[in-house]
Design a protein around this ligand. Sequence first.
Ligand code: DON
Length: 578
Amino acid sequence: MKGFVSAAAGVLLSLSLLVDAAPARAGVNPPGIAVASAHPLATDAGIEVMQAGGNAFDAAVAVSAALSVVEPTGSGIGGGGFWLLHLTAKDAAAKSAAQNKNEGSDVFVDGREVAPMAATADMYLDAQGKAIDIASRDGALAAGIPGEPAALVQLASKYGKLGLARDLAPAIRYAHDGFAVDPKLAHAISENVSRLSPAAAAIFAPGGKPLAAGDKLVQADLSKTLQLLASKGVAGFYQGNLAHTLVAGVRAARGIWSEDDLARYSVVEREPLVTYFRDYKLVTSPPPSAGGIALAETLQQLEVLGWTDTHDAAAKHLVIESLRRAYHDRAQYLGDPDFVSIPLTRLASRDYAISLARSIDRKHATPSSSLDAAAKPAVEGGQTSHFSVIDADGNRVAATMSINLPFGSGFMVPSTGVLLNDEMDDFAASTTASNAYGLIGSKANAVAPRKRPLSTMTPTFVEGPNGTLVIGTPGGSRIATMVLLGILNFVDGADAQTIVAAPRYHHQYLPDVVQFEPGALSDAEQQDLAAMGDTLKPLSSTYGNLQVVLWKPQTDVLQAAADPRAVGTGRVVLTAAH
Ligand code: DON
């Protein structure tokens, strides 16, 4: 199997704090539970429900909902996301028997937003056919139909043990009782206050004064909305009074949602994309994420090029060149697999990786302009959220959720506390326009009713000689590269803390530049890469928010680490036997 991609039958997949626990006895199960997320209270919520008898899937609901409250800039019930699940053999068998169907042990729960029925391919273009950026980024017209509430219900009811109400309890508490604003949130509020709708501004900048670090943030309406979800499940959000209020609020702000859009939303369970790198198996995101296919292409190119480590410019050059080719393919081929045919088997095949790798010159950068098709430049991404969880039975969740730009569309539906996403900007507004991350697209990613916009979110599991890694991050177009670098560091023997802290560099085909964080490339490496023909773009700040759980069954080590660039935490709690 090594070197091949297995994917869904039929689909065109044809298709911090580091805690290190290392007790004496190695075993088949992890020595405890672990959560890494972008906010301490969200991490605590995951630990709380697992200590109350829940599994990793209960924790996933608790962490997702908590992030909706305590990190409202990044993700929430007004948005969507991808939840990658690994069920231990025991749980997979129990579920399959109970539901009388065969289920794999890895499931990709696609709770991505969908375009409303009234959406059209030219809805963000002016009379001259030019994209109006602000229309797909700010306000109610930018919002897709949220998928996160439906995904949380699905996770709790189908995979969890405690029930939705218990899983949502920490989030409801945080929203109702309030919590102290952290410095990152305070900064985001002050940066975005001018684009917040009146209802959002009333919450995050009461009386016109942006909340500062340490101020208490109470979200009474959001707490009521979460309670409705807890008591009524999907119907609590997508039907009835709340649905009516959401649609009325959106339409009053020139949005195009209908109650039918909400009633018809459904989560899609997809077969994850599986690929191999040396002795490692990757279980990762299929379309509508572009991330998994980017990992499959880059890692297989690196393997056939004989990758050993990334400690000098010659090795980094290979990473950059393989990324250039993978992101080029993204622009050409990828979109919602329920709408377009993606040659995924070919793109992820070893033969194709060999042909790409053959086109790499070890001494010279390939100008992106020499790869065919047009594309556009990128800017920085700011939000979205990832968390990683493992329970003591070995069930795992890697989840990346988003409302897209910081505070999403900035539009909060009055009296609901629901801040809406601006995920519609992840569509290609035209074949010449770029989105907020500079990504271009082909017709494969054009807007269409009920279609999911292409994403880069890449929650991923890696299994191999160095153990099991649960990994992911926000960061717009740079997500797949960050996950790639994390995987290379893991294969190289790094621990969880080193993986999340390691400096980052990135190439995405166009713009034809190597972006890098301060300290990511030494002076000598910069000189070497420039001599090979790369254009270097040093960034003045860091980016990303990687969250990692790492378990080494051989030595019984369990680690959880949150990216030191932000405010999250990783926690490990050992089971009593240890
Ligand atoms: O789905 C996507 O790829 C984007 N909406 C993610 C946005 C993101 O990561 C912003 N964070 N920096």
